[in-house]
Write a protein that binds this ligand. Structure first.
Ligand SMILES: [Zn+2]
Length: 457
């Protein structure tokens, strides 16, 4: 009888041990500190994720430690569930601010984010605990920015140039015009030796309001940011309206050719034989897709002013259609579409040489939807030029080209009614009026003067 009881006790113990092991098989909570990374600045948030079965935790503490002093930022159960979210079946996320408001003595220097998490298993008999100390460096001093260049005159749909100071030297800097951001480049891009100096080409786009704020900004790795207004004068421009009659012969020539050259897009066209419907999809959707492709080339721009002097308009060409023409399209006397024409159409005869308007590097040399055979030349500092509807292309991506060097021959590929060069300048991937860039006086007053005044070339 006694033996039997002993066996029973041993069995129960083994069973309990088994249950103890079984309950712990999910492991300890796994803590990850997603934010801040190595640096935290003003307005920082601490973001922690914890993985545990069902996201069920009995304890979760997030504490900030600096100079031996600990400040609780989050404790499970206290202050409700503020900052806690379920982030997947087995994950919770805590997002809490970590500013001078939460941490009274927060100062620049070394600190740690401490996280402790526990989960209960086997009806609270066993606790699985883990903790993590995440080192961070606090940097609260904001960057400094100051505009150095004088006289910023910008045409609606046009471009401008600013020279400014941004410190410390490791900040990311740029120009913000409304919701558009333009990269600033180190002053050495234009021969300015001072490492604190930045330069940027920016634009007021044709569809932005004349009162759109224009600022230089700098952001450091800790997320601290500073900005300063660019004192600007804005000049309104009248954009023309024009009427385009879409003939069936035109549709028969361009629609099948474009679809053939853009197989991915063509798959989304419901009925290629419906020429008007296909044209509308090309004129709207493909136009927008092409704009995205063009914009994606801007970050590849060289951190160096590659061009010299003014940009050249194609010789002997007549401007047929100017920048930001508002076009209304008619078919059989009925209005079918409206688009804005973001470039200049320069009338030329068939197969005349098309040359680079300035020195640079070829970043696009291929068929590009509505632009047909299209070459884009990067001139550095986010400035690029685009040549469309070519019959043939003589350059390839990566080629360096001089001003006046042949890129291809004129044609009528893509959405073109006849032989012409569609030309546009791009700033930060956005089409801007080329009139500025063709003007010797504009180049001198807006760019070269500012570069010289700042000690550049
Ligand atoms: Zn055009």
């Amino acid at each position: 009888m006694r033996k039997f009881l002993l066996i029973l006790v041993l069995l129960a113990a083994a069973g309990g041990g088994g249950a103890y092991w079984w309950a712990g098989r999910g492991g300890v909570p796994v803590i990850t500190v997603d934010k801040p990374k190595a640096l935290m600045g003003q307005g920082a948030v601490v973001e922690v994720t914890v993985d545990a079965p069902g996201g069920r935790l009995s304890k979760l503490d997030v504490t900030f430690e600096q100079g031996g002093k600990q400040t609780p930022l989050f404790a499970l159960g206290q202050g409700g569930a503020a900052g806690l979210t379920q982030d997947g079946p087995d994950r919770v996320r805590v997002t809490v601010p970590a500013t001078r408001k939460e941490i009274a003595d927060l100062k620049s220097g070394d600190a740690r984010v401490l996280v402790a998490a526990e989960r209960q298993v086997l009806y609270g008999v066993r606790t699985l605990a883990s903790s993590l100390a995440h080192p961070v460096r606090v940097r609260l001093e904001p960057p400094r920015v100051a505009v150095l260049s004088m006289h910023h005159f910008i045409n609606h749909g046009g471009s401008e140039f600013v020279v400014f100071r941004a410190t410390p030297s490791d900040v990311t800097a740029g120009v913000r015009v409304g919701d558009r951001v333009y990269t600033a480049y180190p002053g050495r891009a234009v021969g300015i030796a001072d490492p604190a100096v930045r330069v940027a080409v920016y634009a007021l786009l044709y569809d932005q309001d004349l009162t759109t704020p224009m600022k230089v900004f700098a952001t450091d790795e800790a997320g601290n940011t500073a900005s300063a207004d660019i004192d600007s004068r804005v000049f309104p421009k009248v954009f023309r309206k024009s009427r385009i009659d879409v003939a069936d012969t035109f549709l028969q020539r361009v629609v099948p050719a474009i679809l053939e050259n853009t197989p991915d897009f063509a798959r989304e066209v419901p009925d290629p034989n419906d020429l008007v419907a296909s044209f509308l999809k090309i004129n709207g959707e493909l136009r927008r897709k092409n704009a995205v492709t063009i914009a994606a080339l801007a970050p590849k721009s060289a951190p160096e002013m590659r061009w010299r002097g003014v940009f050249q308009q194609l010789g002997n060409s007549k401007v047929e259609s100017s920048f930001a023409d508002h076009r209304t399209y008619f078919h059989d006397g009925k209005e079918i579409d409206q688009q804005v024409h973001l470039g200049f159409d320069l009338a030329v005869t068939a197969a005349v040489p098309i040359v680079a308007s300035g020195r640079g590097t070829v970043v696009q040399a291929d068929y590009l939807g509505i632009y047909g055979n299209c070459v884009i030349v990067d001139h550095g500092l986010g400035v690029q030029s685009l040549y469309a509807h070519l019959s043939s292309i003589d350059v390839k991506v990566g080629d360096s080209v001089d001003a006046g060097q042949q890129l291809g021959r004129s044609g009528m590929t893509g959405l073109a009614g006849g032989d012409h060069l569609h030309f546009t300048m791009l700033v930060g991937g956005n089409p801007v009026s080329a009139v500025d860039w063709w003007s010797t006086q504009w180049m001198e007053d807006r760019l070269l003067r500012k570069i010289r005044e700042a000690g550049g070339r």
